[in-house]
Write a protein that binds this ligand. Sequence first.
Ligand code: 6GU
Length: 281
Amino acid sequence: MRIDLVSIFPGYFDVLELSLMGRAKRKGLIDVRVHDLRDAAHDRHRTVDDTPAGGGAGMVMKPEPWGEVLDGILSEAASAAGAGGGGEAGSAVPGGTPQAGERAEQAAEQAETPSPEEPLIVFPSPAGEVFDQRMARELAGERHLVFGCGRYEGIDQRVFDEYAERGRVRLVSIGDYVLNGGEVAAIAMIEAIARLVPGVVGNPESLVEESHEAEGLLEYPSYTKPAEWRGRSVPPVLLSGDHAAVEAWRREQRIERTRRVRPELLPRELRGEARGRHAAD
Ligand code: 6GU
């Protein structure tokens, strides 16, 4: 998978060198490229923002630097696809073969509709659709993601309109609160997406049981040694060696925790299930 990041603070993305993301980059599973938006601001002060049309507080990001950087990324991607290459990491993604890419590109040219083989531009924005595990799975199937990280009061609307007309654009929020810019949101999304790309997480089984994957329930509580710490014991069932009992306990914990913390996530068929069993204990 290829990921381009556009920002006036490229240093934010240094964290992608750490941990699993860093290993995925070094293994060539994720090809991350960071672009400094200011490199496309050609005045003496490298200006990227201006006052809002119509007045009001704050500053708005000017369209021209965005146009220059995004055009550069898209034309490079198009010529790489035209050269028959899907990118070195593209083969890790289903449907990412060069042949499929060429066919899709030809079809897109004829129909003038965006093809899933084209880059998807994501603009992190509190005004966007809300990112969740389903969207992470969807975006993990993309071959090329471009994150356009705005600051200030936002980016000139014509940038979204221009690239939505020419290709695939999504405005995406990571939740109902306001950050200073899209960088941290992009990092959160990239981490959620990249760990679903085959090979990034060592043991794929660890992806299955997690919160928001199996049945959409939250995770069960975990324990390790020692069996007692500060007078607090590991639940005896976990030390019983009874695998079926352990599984039943974990499922009950997941249902109870979800009911308590995130009742809106509880599947209809589970409403009422674990509470009855507690009473019978
Ligand atoms: Cl994607 N951007 C900003 N600036 N704030 C946010 C957000 C994104 N998602 C939630 N809050």
